[in-house]
Every structure is written in C-alpha cells, then in structure tokens.
Design a protein around this ligand. Sequence first.
Ligand code: FES
Ligand SMILES: [Fe+2]
Length: 329
Amino acid sequence: MIWNQWYAILDSKEVKKNKLLGVKRLGERLVIWRNGDGTLTCLADKCAHRGAALCRGKLAGKEVECPFHGLRYDATGKCTVIPSRGASVPVPENFKVKAYPVREHLGFIWMWWGDERKTYPDIKFFQNIDDKFSYETHACPWSMHYSRCVENQLDAPHVPFVHPDTIGRGHATIIDGPYVETGDGEIKFYPEMRKEDGTPSKLPKEMERPDTRMYLHFIFPNVWENNIIDKLKVVAYFVPVDEENSVVYVRGYQKFVTIPGLRWLVNKISNRLNQKILHQDKAVVETQLPKKTNLNMKENLFPADSPIIAYRKMRHELQGQNPSEKQGN
Ligand code: FES
Ligand SMILES: [Fe+2]
C-alpha cells in the first residue's frame, strides 16, 4: 500500500453506535466502534496480552474490553487495567495496541495509513460533491488486489464487451485517445468512444482536451468518480482488504430529485443499475492474473490503456516515498 495516505475503508452506516465491528483492512485486523456521541475509535484488533480479537469483547464506556482476560483499552490504544493484577496497579507501558486515526466525510470513513503526526492533511475528495447530494451504496467483496479494481475503472475499452446491455450498448469499440490529465495525486480522463468505421483510433498525444463535462476522475489512493452531469455522479471506493481481496463500494450521488419518496425510489433504481454494472465487471476482473499490478509487469498495453499506465506510474512514484520496511506493498 502507499504510505502516508487517507484510505477510504468503510461506509459510515456500517459502524453503529456502541457496537464493536471487526474488519480486515490494508492487511490489518481492526476493531472499530462509534461512541454514543458519534465519535469513532479504530484500534488494531489484537490484544497486547495474548492476541485475542478485541472485536469479540465488549464496550465498557469508551473503552473496549478483551473477551479473554478482561484487559481494557482506551481510544489511544493504551491498556488501562489488567484485572488479574487489580485495578490499583499501574499498567506497564508495553500493554498497548496501535490506534489508527479515522475521520468521516460525506458518509464514508477514512483511515490514516502512515506515520503518526501532530496534524494530518485533509482528506482529498471530489469538490463537486457536497452534503446536498443523496445517495445509495452497494458494497461488494472482490477477490482481487485493489489495484486491479482501480484499473478496471480507468479502462474504457472494456465497456462494450463487459457491459453490452448496460453502459456499453451500441458496441462503440474504438477509443480515441483518451486525453489524460495527471497531477497532485489525481488522474482525469475523457473517454471518446465510437463504432468501428475502418479508421484507426487517435493516439492520446493527438487529442486535445475535449469540451465536455463528462469525465472520469481518480484520486489516490482509492476513490474514483464518474462525473456524469453536475447533479449526478457515480463514485467507487476501492477498499483494500489484503493482498488478494478488496471491497468495492459503488455509490450513486444525485441531487436532481429532492422529494423524499421519489428520491428514495430514484436512488434505489440507480443503485440496482450500478450493482448490475459492478457485477459484470467483477465477473471478468476476478479472472485476471496476477491479482495485483505493478509498473513493470509482463502485460502488453495499447494506447487506450493510457489512464492505467498513468495510474501505475503515479502509484510507483508514491510507493517510492514509502519507508523501506513498507516497500513492495
Ligand atoms: S488475550 Fe486479551 S486479555 Fe488476555
Ligand atoms: Fe466496467
């Protein structure tokens, strides 16, 4: 994984008040909960005593109690009591678990994966989405490293083949360009698709920035937006579970229907369609080998893969900033 980043890890709805949730994210077992006041705590889910899962324990106020021998941990991961020693005995410093900084933004939970800091950078999300949008989310586990999930959404030429009865209707197989913009941990590209007409596709370098509002936008490390129109977006969150597994969350955001009942219906219908499209992708992506991508790998790419090439280059550069013990992930 890329170090020193905020990773989208969970839909806000998945973490309930006063209830422990055990999940695996970025290869780590985590326990996460929401206190009565809505604040979140996220700790490594492995007791510092003898490794039991804290998520199987219980909450005692704002602390989690291990189910095995009752050690309690506060929000900083510090053990506050060892019952077998007695509450009056101070707990040694080494009885602690890692606490992960977590934040919430527009109905999603982000976790900081990186060095501890006094202050953390802001979460980078799409500026054109605000709390005026309503949404419905579909979450789906994919048995694939998250890099493959990301690349699937940077891939225009698959659309007529994988989605012939949904977004790929019309069999527009030629991809001109696409025009790709990169910078500051972001990739934007403008897919231009047309039917086979006997002429070759234009190369990315022959393209000018199209005069269109429709574009696809990826922000490192793991969020993507299909910017359909001002009031309608589809966002995918590619959540890393471990080296071979991810959860892909797809969320349709809209603000053109505001009447409550109708809004609910429109969001449900769009969610059904997003779900169908995502499952069409999953069926093919889960067959790809290897399960994880890298800059230098034995694949033969063509010009329409240029957003994927941009992604691999940028990811490689960002991984280069990982501390040495984090290299290679
Ligand atoms: S393993 Fe958690 S208290 Fe012993
Ligand atoms: Fe797709």
